[in-house]
Design a protein around this ligand. Structure first.
Ligand code: 5GP
Ligand code: ZN
Length: 114
């Protein structure tokens, strides 16, 4: 088994509550939600962190945002608002080293973040 948690979710070897899937992108519920809506939108391609994305990945990076916006609309949080987050490395608190975007909504968030 590949030791990447999210690659194993993509391969169906580890379960997740999947809410969206297409050729390049998968989205599922976060196991430890930090808001009433907390989804993870990931690339099916294994990229360890956003700083590893290359010019060839530009369309893929755009797709992450477009799928996040579509899911926010479907979850009914478009007008109330939502936050998209990509954590990169230690200071940001990245714990899973497979590129993912958090979609958080259903409550208000502080700025600046903690
Ligand atoms: P990071 O801190 O790397 O940006 O976020 C990783 C996220 O993955 C965390 O919000 C964490 O709750 C979530 N997570 C960790 N393990 C699992 C898992 O096995 N299944 C799901 N669905 N989410 C997970
Ligand atoms: Zn992976």
């Amino acid at each position: 088994m590949n030791d990447c948690l999210f690659c194993n979710i993509i391969d169906g070897k580890i379960g997740a509550k999947i809410v969206y899937s297409d050729k390049n992108i998968l989205a599922f519920e976060d196991i430890k939600p930090q808001a009433p809506v907390h989804l993870l939108i990931i690339t099916k391609k294994h990229i360890e962190r956003v700083s590893e994305a290359r010019k060839d990945d530009a369309i893929l990076m755009g797709e992450l945002c477009l799928v996040a916006a579509k899911l926010a609309r479907e979850k009914g949080i478009e007008s109330s608002g939502y936050r998209l987050v990509i954590n990169c490395n230690k200071d940001a608190g990245q714990i899973v080293f497979h590129l993912h975007m958090h979609l958080l909504g259903g409550r208000s968030f502080n700025w600046p973040p903690g």
